[in-house]
Design a binder for this molecule. Structure first.
Ligand SMILES: [Zn+2]
Length: 273
């Protein structure tokens, strides 16, 4: 029996602390206010202190470190947070991110924020420009919503979450990007909440991850979609090129079946597939 099974109410309390911290940060991003970001950092610290080993503890420590480092200019405090993950959460999903951040502090290569104590919107944006892009990764489905199912029982919700976590590491390591995920665990996130997160985070890039399945089992390849509400010829050309450059092992009719199925589903849900 796991800790979560024995102490469900304690686990819920940890999630509540996490949600409250996210809420404070969203309020800060929209309205500013140093007290809000300090409040968020305090809640994250409390989560890690009261629920050590909880699956959100490493996420909380890294997030706290980021807030201290990039928003509050508290380098020593940030370093302590990252170090705790590196020392105590070796197998956690945020270990690698913490290690990279810690190294950037020790080598003095992290991007310093403005000395201003009250971070204004424009200063905040400037800091993010120095840091690399703000990226929101949205692994589709989750919880009771399995998404597509493979022949051997492989579920879309698990595949896209795995891809999202790997992508996050790469974006942080290679681009020094500031990355948020709409979900880090196997939980259902309503579409409205995903889009709210995208708007509130003011991401430069929003990446929605989905995987498809074909009843024929032979088809393989990559699909790229882009929002067709502009006359941006460059992005349309890019999507065309991405799709064309992939080698499709199935026949063209397999692909057409998959696409028409996808479009029909999209219309039914009036949303993403
Ligand atoms: Zn999907």
């Amino acid at each position: 029996m796991s800790f979560a099974d024995k102490h469900p109410r304690l686990i819920e309390a940890a999630f509540a602390l996490h949600d409250a911290a996210v809420l404070y940060e969203l309020l800060y991003r929209r309205f500013g206010g140093r007290d809000r970001i300090e409040g968020s950092a305090r809640l994250l610290e409390r989560l890690a202190r009261d629920y050590p080993g909880h699956k959100l503890a490493d996420d909380a420590l890294v997030r706290r470190g980021d807030l201290l480092l990039y928003e509050l200019n508290d380098v020593a405090g940030a370093r302590k947070s990252y170090l705790e993950v590196v020392e105590a959460y070796r197998n956690a999903d945020m270990y690698e991110v913490a290690r990279v951040r810690l190294r950037s502090i020790d080598e003095g290569t992290y991007q310093k924020t403005s000395k201003s104590s009250e971070s204004s919107k424009s200063l905040e944006k400037q800091a993010h420009v120095d840091q690399g892009p703000l990226v929101l990764i949205d692994p589709g489905h989750g919880g009771d919503d399995f998404g597509a199912q493979g022949k051997g029982g492989l579920l879309e919700k698990d595949v896209v979450l795995d891809i999202a976590l790997r992508l996050e590491k790469l974006l942080v390591e290679k681009l020094n990007a500031v990355v948020r995920l709409t979900r880090r665990k196997d939980v259902f996130v309503p579409l409205a909440e995903r889009t709210n997160l995208a708007n509130d985070f003011e991401a430069d890039v929003f990446i929605s991850l989905h995987t498809n399945a074909s009843p024929k089992g032979k088809v393989a390849g990559l699909e790229t979609y882009f929002l067709d509400n502009t006359n941006d010829k460059a992005s349309r050309k890019l999507a065309e090129r991405e799709n064309r450059s992939m080698r499709f092992e199935g026949s063209q009719s397999d692909l057409q079946f998959m696409l028409s199925d996808l479009i029909q589903n999209a219309k039914l849900e009036d949303s993403i597939v």
